[in-house]
Ligand binder design. Structure first.
Ligand SMILES: NC(=O)c1ccc[n+]([C@@H]2O[C@H](COP(=O)([O-])OP(=O)(O)OC[C@H]3O[C@@H](n4cnc5c(N)ncnc54)[C@H](O)[C@@H]3O)[C@@H](O)[C@H]2O)c1
Length: 244
C-alpha cells in the first residue's frame, strides 16, 4: 500500500527521523528528506536498496520561503506527496529564569513554525489530490510539561493544538492529521544524559527499557496505512507507560 507513494520526512537523516526514512523505504515508499544537515554517507544508497527513490533537500524547516521552494522541487521530482512526517526538532533547555529570548524563539521556530510551514505547503497539494496523511512528532512533555523545557514543551503543545485544528479542517477531504508523543527514546538527544538518570527514567516505566527510534517509526508507518484511515486528530503516546 506504500508502493509508489512519496513520504516527506523532516530531519530524516538521524535518530528517529532516519529510522522513519528506513521503515517507509522498506515498506516501498519513495523518500524525500528535508534536512538542515547533509545525509550521512551511505544513507541514500541504503534507502535506494529497497528499490525506491530517495533524495535529501537541504533547508531549514523554520523558513517559510525555504520550505515553499523545497516542496515545489519535491513535487517536480516525485510527482505526488502522500505522507508528511514532521520530525525535525531541537532542544535548548534551561530554567525559565535563565532561558534567553533567543533560545525560546529558536525552539519555537524550528519545532512549531517548522511544522506549520511544512503542513501548510503540503496540505495544499494533499487537498488537490483529496488524500494524504500528516504525522507530527510531538512529545509527552507537550502534554505534561517538564522543568527546564518551557520552550520545548510549549512548542510540542503547540504541535498538538495545530494537529487537532488542522485535522478538523482537512478530514472532509480524505486527509488524516495525527501526532505521536514519544517518551524517552534512545537517540543523540537522550545520549547526553548519564546512566544514573537513564536508570531512574526506566524505573518509572511499565515497559522496562528506553524506547527506540523503531518504536516511533512503526507508529508513524501505521498512521499512514490504509487501516488507520479513521484515526485523525489524535495524539498517540509511544512511551512505555510513562504517561500513566
Ligand atoms: N529522543 C527522544 O527522547 C524524543 C522524545 C520525544 C520527542 N522527540 C522528538 O523526536 C524528533 C526527532 O528527535 P531525535 O531524538 O531523533 O533527535 P535528532 O537530533 O537526531 O533529530 C532531529 C533532526 O532534526 C533536524 N533538524 C534540526 N533543526 C532543523 C531545521 N531547522 N530544519 C530541518 N531539519 C532540522 C536535525 O538535523 C536532525 O536530523 C524531534 O522532534 C524530537 O523533539 C524525541
Amino acid at each position: 500500500m506504500y508502493k509508489d507513494k512519496t513520504a516527506v520526512i523532516t530531519g530524516g537523516v538521524s535518530g528517529i527521523g532516519k529510522e522513519i526514512s528506513v521503515q517507509f523505504a522498506a515498506a516501498g515508499a519513495n523518500i524525500a528528506i528535508v534536512s538542515i544537515v547533509p545525509a550521512p554517507e551511505g544513507l541514500i544508497s541504503e534507502l535506494e536498496g529497497y528499490g525506491v527513490k530517495a533524495k535529501v533537500y537541504l533547508g531549514d524547516v523554520s523558513s517559510y520561503d525555504d520550505t515553499a521552494a523545497i516542496i515545489k522541487e519535491i513535487q517536480k521530482d516525485f510527482g505526488t506527496i502522500d505522507y508528511l512526517i514532521n520530525n525535525a526538532g531541537i532542544t535548548k533547555d534551561g530554567l525559565i529564569m535563565r532561558m534567553s529570548e533567543e533560545n525560546f524563539d529558536d525552539v519555537i521556530h524550528v519545532n512549531l513554525k517548522g511544522t506549520f510551514n511544512m503542513t501548510k505547503h503540503i496540505s495544499a497539494i494533499m487537498l488537490r489530490q483529496k488524500s494524504g496523511r500528516i504525522v507530527s512528532i510531538a512529545s509527552v512533555v507537550g502534554i505534561f510539561g517538564n522543568a527546564g523545557q518551557a520552550n520545548y514543551a510549549a512548542s510540542k503543545a503547540g504541535i498538538i493544538g495545530l494537529t487537532k485544528s488542522v485535522s478538523k479542517e482537512l478530514g472532509s477531504r480524505g486527509i488524516t492529521v495525527n501526532a505521536i508523543a514519544p517518551g524517552f527514546i534512545a537517540t543523540a538527544m537522550t545520549d547526553v544524559l548519564d546512566d544514573a538518570v537513564k536508570e531512574k527514567m526506566v524505573e518509572r516505566l511499565s515497559i522496562k527499557r528506553l524506547g527506540s527510534p523503531a518504536d516511533i517509526a512503526a507508529t508513524a508507518l501505521f498512521l499512514c496505512s490504509d487501516g488507520a484511515g479513521y484515526i485523525t486528530g489524535q495524539v498517540i503516546g509511544v512511551d512505555g507507560g510513562l504517561s500513566l
